[in-house]
Design a protein around this ligand. Structure first.
Ligand SMILES: *Cc1c(COP(=O)(O)O)cnc(C)c1O
Length: 276
């Protein structure tokens, strides 16, 4: 028998823990549309991440799509981003009828090369969409400076940095909106799921409405939205997994240290390290 060595495996709670968490859903029969589990996960994540506002979605991609959509950028506007990401990042830009403009990455940690951003700005540029890569945080301070100076929005693809702090602060405090993915393969999962975190309280209304067909009250639909609501079973999985996430992160840290120890001294192999 071949023993498989898995590169990754989804983290899940015990079946008993999950059953306990979904018991209430069977009693209430409230399956989706921002029910009790949805609200509880929002609250727990806000505390864990130390963020002011959070909105939950069916997946990270729809969250990113909605984050971009919420700014109502004119069609054909340009968004400076990085090709070194999962295809979702570029798709979210193109699906919004915007043009992705690729900026190179730096060799150290594979995040966007901030020294090359400004040369790509044109009179059509409306936003920068950098990606934090493998737990490495972009040069968020420099990106904020450029964005302020040139009056651009900043939306982070933060799918790879759940729980990562920058100078003791949540990375969600940089830029206008950050997106997390809670896909089964990520360090924290809700089976499928995602979130947007943001400081601007006024953004909440539009970010919530866009995931629910633009509905604004029982008799009013005054914007074109989509359907990207996280359901109660996914939220319940998130509530369970969040209890164990610190352990999951330290398990990955052990693997990282082992790679570092065994690979770093081999010539021709460079192990990626964070510059922060
Ligand atoms: C996983 C991931 C996404 C997409 O998230 P989903 O939840 O799978 O939709 C986007 N960007 C990056 C960098 C990712 O790793």
């Amino acid at each position: 028998m071949n023993k498989k060595i898995l590169v990754t495996q989804s983290s899940i709670p015990t079946i008993e823990e999950y059953i306990e968490e979904i018991r209430h859903i069977f009693e209430s029969k409230w399956l989706t549309n921002m029910g009790e589990k949805h609200k509880e996960l929002e609250k727990n994540l806000k505390e864990y991440l130390g963020v002011k506002n959070i909105s939950l979605y069916t997946n990270g991609h729809m969250a990113l799509y909605i984050a971009i959509k919420s700014f109502n950028f004119p069609e054909g506007s340009e968004v400076i981003t990085t090709p070194y990401s999962f295809s979702s990042t570029t798709h979210a830009i193109v699906q919004n009828n915007l043009k992705p403009v690729f900026c190179d990455i730096n060799e150290e940690d594979y995040t966007i090369d901030v020294s090359k951003i400004e040369s790509l700005i044109t009179d059509k540029t409306v936003a920068i969409l950098p990606v934090h890569v493998y737990g490495h945080v972009c040069d968020v301070e420099r990106i904020d400076e450029i964005a302020k100076k040139r009056n651009l929005k900043v939306i982070y693809d933060a799918a790879h940095v759940f729980g990562v702090k920058y100078k003791g602060q949540s990375i969600a405090n940089y830029g206008d909106i950050s997106m997390f993915s809670f896909h089964a393969t990520k360090v924290f999962n809700t089976i499928e799921g995602g979130a947007l975190v943001y400081n601007d309280d006024e953004k909440r209304l539009v970010l919530e409405r866009l995931k629910n067909f633009g509905i604004n009250g029982p008799e009013c639909v005054d914007m074109v939205g989509t359907n990207a609501k996280m359901n109660e079973f996914c939220a319940a999985m998130g509530i369970c997994n969040l209890r164990h996430v610190d352990n999951e992160i330290s398990k990955r840290e052990k693997v990282y240290n082992r790679y570092l120890e065994r690979l770093n001294n081999i010539s021709g192999i460079k192990v990626s390290r964070s510059s922060n």
